[in-house]
Every structure is written in structure tokens, then in C-alpha cells.
Design a protein around this ligand. Structure first.
Ligand code: ZN
Ligand code: ZN
Length: 173
């Protein structure tokens, strides 16, 4: 009837809470989800996405409230050193027998699948510009050394070639 739990690890039976609005069901799941990657950060292979939520029956569906968690690894945007961190995002979403694109998730019979919610939440929370520390000085744009380790002393005075051209102008007196 349903596919094995291994391939749909975040499917939850919610028939009991659905038939008794106000009743609640605690749900804790953890599984690997592939493809959770943005430019400079990703949930690494072998790391599980955790879903720790409560499903509550409401007259027209099921409301899911709780936390989505995952570990991520990436590279500092400025110096390329490895960085890692945790996603821990609070969610409140409605699962609806007549889902509205972009607003509610589908409630199919007595089942909800928390995987799309987990995926979207993690993707939104992955840092687009991870930093090893907030004031990372990054690689020297002139000589390429990691300025976390070496003060290369390069002159990084910004010199705009358009202004340099003006310097060359000579006016007749
Ligand atoms: Zn850095
Ligand atoms: Zn330098």
C-alpha cells in the first residue's frame, strides 16, 4: 500500500489526530536527504535531517509545529577554510486536503509527508555566504595569502583606473 519507510522516511500517519481536532501527535524522525546544497554550504553525506514536531488536528487538516534540524558544512566565503554549523529552524505549517501552492502542504488521506517541508526549510536556512568568523579578513586579493595567518602587507589602496586616467590629464594654463 505505502512504499517502504526507507524511501519515504518522513511520511506520518495522522488519521488519529485528524479525526479528533485538538488532539496532538508528537513526531520525531531523522533521515538522510540528498541534494541539500546551496552555493557554499551543504548538508554532508551521512548527516541526517531531523524533524521534531507536533501534529495537531484542526477542522480542515493538520497543523505541524516544531523544529527542523541539520548539520551543514561549507567553505568560508572569504578565505575558503572549512566551516560548519547547524540549522535549527522553527516551523508552523498547515497540511491541507486541498493544498494551496506555496501556502499549505498536502494531506493525502490520513498521511502527511514531512520531507518537502524539511527540504525547503533546510535549503532556506543554509547560509549563502558562510564565514569562518564574522571579521575574517579573507585571502589577499593581490598576493593570495590567507590573511588570517599572514599579514602580507600588500598595498590594497583601491585605485580606480578611470581616476588614474584623470591624473594623466594636463590642462594648458
Ligand atoms: Zn574565513
Ligand atoms: Zn598580499
Amino acid at each position: 500500500m505505502t512504499r517502504p519507510a526507507r524511501t519515504r522516511p518522513f511520511v506520518v500517519e495522522v488519521g488519529a489526530v485528524r479525526r479528533r481536532p485538538g488532539s496532538r501527535l508528537a513526531v520525531q524522525r531523522a533521515a538522510e536527504l540528498d541534494g541539500l546544497r546551496v552555493v557554499d554550504a551543504a548538508v554532508p553525506a551521512g548527516a541526517e535531517v531531523t524533524v521534531d514536531v507536533e501534529a495537531q488536528g484542526v477542522p480542515d487538516g493538520v497543523v505541524v509545529t516544531g523544529t527542523i534540524g541539520a548539520r551543514w558544512e561549507g567553505a568560508c566565503r572569504r578565505c575558503l577554510r572549512p566551516v560548519e554549523g547547524l540549522v535549527a529552524a522553527r516551523v508552523t505549517e498547515v497540511f491541507d486536503p486541498h493544498p494551496v501552492e506555496g501556502e499549505t502542504y498536502p494531506l493525502e488521506g490520513d498521511q502527511i509527508d514531512l520531507e518537502p517541508l524539511a527540504r525547503q526549510t533546510v535549503l532556506l536556512e543554509l547560509p549563502l555566504a558562510p564565514l569562518c568568523r564574522p571579521d575574517c579578513p579573507g585571502l589577499c586579493p593581490r598576493c593570495g595569502v590567507d590573511r588570517n595567518e599572514v599579514d602580507c602587507g600588500c598595498d590594497l589602496t583601491v585605485r580606480d583606473e578611470r581616476w588614474a586616467a584623470l591624473d594623466e590629464l594636463r590642462f594648458d594654463s
